[in-house]
Design a protein around this ligand. Sequence first.
Ligand SMILES: [Cu+2]
Length: 245
Amino acid sequence: MGRKNFLKRLFYLLFATVILSASMVYANGIKIEMTGTPAEGWEHLWRELMIDITVIGVVFAAVTIYLLITNRRKRPGDEGQGPKLSPLAAFGWVVIPIFVFMADDIYLAAESFELWGNYRNVPANALVINVEGYMWGWDVKYPEKIIITNELRVPAGRPIHIKLTSRDVVHSFFIPDFHVKWDAVKGRENYLWFYPKQVEAGEHVMTCTEFCGMLHSSMFGKVIVMPENEFNKWIEDNKPKGGNV
Ligand SMILES: [Cu+2]
């Protein structure tokens, strides 16, 4: 290969790399906005992952099938006689496909970090509720000094900030419907937040997902989403009465 040819190919390779990088940066710039609740962001990312791996899977399968058919052995002892690639062309054939799929990985990773930030940033107007895990249940403590076990009542339409700890061993607080989970550790205050937007959402499972002893599997309760006025009334009705409590 002449020097001119080499330079031309090198130029194409660099050009393709620049175009791919630019489109990735552009896509990041306009698309990465994981606003909304953790659950919405989680579902968005999940859908995107499913679409991406499906597209990539189908493309790979199609290319593989095509190559298998076009390059199959026609008679015994048949040997292929593919064109000999120059080192640069071989390099390009390796690097460009890797870059294309890595670009998607990097993009998804960027979205994951964005979503992570969303999970860790509790909105300022969130209602704070303390949850303490123990062997084997959850004590839910409201600022009004109400304590209930295995039942987390929350108002609809407000972000809920759970401050999480444990009385004994390590537990893991999990509400599958809201896609939130975090460890409850003795001597530490961890947190998570979720946003029950509507009452129709109703009741949800909350459970422990860290094997924490004999009765770990019975360490579950429910999250009950209530209309805000009913929730306020419930707080009023249940908070300790009298001055010195
Ligand atoms: Cu547990």
